[in-house]
Design a protein around this ligand. Sequence first.
Ligand code: AMP
Length: 177
Amino acid sequence: MAATDLSALHAAIRDVPDFPKPGILFKDITPLLADAALTAQAISAMLEPFAQRRIDKVVGIDARGFIFGSMIAQRIGAGFVPIRKKGKLPWRTRGVDYSLEYGTASVEMHEDALRPGEQVLLADDLLATGGTAAAALQLIDQSGATLVGSSFLIELTFLEGRQRLAQSPIVHCPLRY
Ligand code: AMP
């Protein structure tokens, strides 16, 4: 993808200081989503290293990963699988607990959402500390499906979240801060 296109994507992401709490610079993707052409470019950029790969299912993380993951899945003709916060999925689930800055959180996936042998791409809007994505990778691993890679529109490189995703053959983030 051309550098000029990436700069248009950068320009469409709004920095919101001190949200949701003091000291956090929140990357707001809603201005990007409001522009159909830029959103299509963002999906192309997220898929760039996976163009020649067979992907059966795209797994998206609650909640903004549902937006990007669903669009990626539709673009490439793959199915979509949600990973949700504990207690939200209606069918039988597998869960993983992971640690946050304060305390712990849990994410779940339906136990029949992925089958052994399926090729899977993980998607979310943003890679920060990598805790959430690492938990998602554990759920994918437990399913017996094959992870092709992970794609995040935005990476906050100073948090080094990529180091927690060593089991992902490719960690792709077109917009890096
Ligand atoms: P982490 O588990 O620390 O990698 O956090 C990743 C999740 O938190 C992603 O699903 C993001 O949507 C959200 N997130 C973390 N930090 C930010 C930020 N600075 N701006 C926007 N979203 C964030």
